[in-house]
Design a protein around this ligand. Structure first.
Ligand code: N01
Length: 513
């Protein structure tokens, strides 16, 4: 956004809480952190020289390499002097008279801005459950999303980990061999498909780079903005024979990653089709995990893909290590943390270090924690009390000239987020240039457009299996959070709609002179 704004001749400043660039890849340094979209796709497309020259070492890049990439981009485009690091924004208030945002940060520093772009991330406010006794634990407590910069040595230690989402799956896989004992506290079993990660094949890299622009174009036509190399099989799982089904599932399992959910074209649309894929993965878990009790507990029961699918590098295999224990906390929740461990079902489990892999207050958490006040001083917390009203995921009625990148109401959570970010940056920058060219001072979504958009997001979700489980897409992972389905499924239709709105002079928005 900074690069784009500067190229458009705008003056811009980035306020960043971290001491460096990278966002997700700056804060999530837990062992095994790795992207689940292939590196050649999970990168910026806006500069041909950048994408030609950067060399990924692995099929799925790990956090240190992703962080190097973010730093490389910042240096290559000379962005650092436009970023104020170690600056945590606490709020922003719309000044109606001056038609400017007044942005404030910890320490009291403040800025005035005509436009305010929230690039604060859909998964950036960690969720730390309110476990009684957490402060009394005598060992170290880590949250995967706030991992220390120095490496943590668990050698010989008894470690407890709460959670089995993507962050936990990667952490467990990585630390299990070296721990003295690892106890996994599982509330909902996760579906994980193999990444088949490895060194990036030079021939594959050369093939992509020979026509990188074409590769990006083809990906933009995919529902998630990635995966054009192996598009979804255009056949229903319900009409395929059993042998055909097994063959297709097996083929995708061997390929690895999210391509598994494209084994048939209705796995995310029809619960009966979904059940067939789910049973295939349960069969894999049974064949991998030798202890029948662990194997039973590790088999998820919910629809597959409803919570975001995990992409792993030997997760289930780790439960064959005798020192890796699995405790089901679905029926008997964690009652409290004790000085030496935790209590569940009246039993105390002891450990020396505790890892919380308990996810995020997703999509809305970061904005809702701010003192963000729009027209008439209305707080975002009030505006969003029943769920995140928005238009195109980009704008909020009553919050003029404020844009949200990768927020609720957009496809960010279902896409290669790099694609979503670039799409939003381009759209926002075009919008600002349009306003300047047309002599308009402010833009803001109308209430009617906003209501219709939220309804549209829900209507699309109803055609999928995404409403059948308790996911962070629904806000269901945070006690008391309104259950509203927040992300939109389907990038190409979304991008077409955003383009159409712009072409029609920002239809659905109120513009002031
Ligand atoms: O968080 P999560 P995450 N008692 O919310 C459990 C992206 N990401 O950080 O399922 C006991 O998925 C909770 O249980 P339940 C990706 O989009 C990507 O792992 O709510 N357990 C769950 O098991 C991902 O979806 C990558 O029943 C409690 C876990 O904690 C998103 O970030 C890597 C609990 C939280 O799982 C979030 O992933 C990492 C409690 N009170 C993350 N509260 C890759 O690119 C929560 N849990 C690969």
């Amino acid at each position: 956004m900074l690069h784009k704004a500067r190229r458009a001749g705008l003056s811009a400043l980035v306020l960043e809480a971290g001491a460096g660039v990278g966002g997700t890849w700056y804060f999530n340094r837990y062992p095994g952190a790795r992207v689940d979209i292939q590196s050649m796709e999970y990168s910026f497309s806006f500069d041909e020289a950048l994408q030609q020259e950067w060399r990924w070492t692995e099929r799925y890049a790990a956090q240190p390499e992703l962080l190097s990439y973010a730093n490389h981009v910042a240096d290559r485009f000379g962005l650092r002097d436009g970023i104020q690091f170690n600056t945590r924004v606490t709020g922003a208030v719309w000044d109606e008279e001056r038609r400017r945002w007044r942005v404030t940060a910890e320490g009291g520093e403040s800025w005035s801005a005509r436009f305010l772009v929230m690039a604060s991330g859909p998964l950036s406010s960690p969720n730390t459950p309110d476990f009684p006794g957490l402060g009394e634990f005598q060992g170290a407590v880590y949250h995967t999303a706030r991992w220390p910069r120095e490496p943590v040595d668990f050698a010989g230690l008894r470690v407890g980990i709460v959670g089995t989402g993507s962050s936990a799956v990667q952490t467990i896989t990585t630390i299990a061999p070296g721990c003295g004992e690892l106890t996994v506290f599982q509330r909902t079993a996760a579906y994980a498909v193999p990444a088949h990660n490895g060194p990036l094949a030079p021939a594959f890299e050369a093939r992509v780079k020979a026509d990188y622009a074409g590769f990006r174009e083809r990906n933009l036509k995919m529902q998630g903005g990635f995966g054009s190399l192996l598009p979804p099989n255009p056949v229903s799982a319900l009409v395929a024979s059993e042998a055909e089904r097994e063959a297709r599932f097996e083929e995708r399992w061997r390929t690895g990653g999210f391509s598994f959910l494209g084994a048939f074209n209705d796995l995310l649309l029809d619960e009966r089709a979904n059940a067939l894929a789910a049973e295939f993965v349960r069969g894999k878990i049974r064949s991998i995990v030798r202890d029948p009790d662990k194997a039973r507990l590790l088999q998820p029961r919910q629809t597959i893909g409803c919570k975001r699918l995990c992409v792993d590098t030997g997760y289930y295999e780790r439960f064959n290590l005798p020192h890796v224990k699995l405790v089901d906390v679905s029926q008997q929740p964690i009652e409290r943390i004790t000085p030496r461990g935790l209590l569940s079902g009246g039993r105390e489990y002891g450990f020396d270090a505790l890892i919380l892999a308990t996810g995020f207050d997703a999509m809305t958490g970061t904005l809702m924690r701010l003192d963000l006040r729009g027209r008439g001083g209305r707080p975002i917390r009030e505006k969003w009390a029943a769920g995140p009203l928005n238009y195109l995921g980009l704008m909020i009625e009553g919050f003029p000239n404020l844009f949200n990148i990768a927020g609720p109401g957009s496809t960010s959570a279902f896409t290669n987020v790099m694609v979503s970010i670039e799409h939003h940056v381009n759209w926002i920058s075009d919008c600002i240039l349009f306003l300047n060219g047309a002599g308009r001072e402010t833009i803001e979504a109308t209430q009617a457009a906003e209501a219709a958009w939220v309804e549209h997001v829900y209507t699309v979700a109803k055609r999928t299996v995404y409403l059948t489980c308790n996911s962070w897409y629904l806000g269901a992972n945070i006690p008391g959070k309104p259950r509203v389905f927040m992300p939109l499924f389907g990038f190409p239709a979304y991008a077409a709609k955003c383009a159409e709105v712009a072409e029609r002079g920002y239809e659905g928005c109120a513009l002031s002179a």
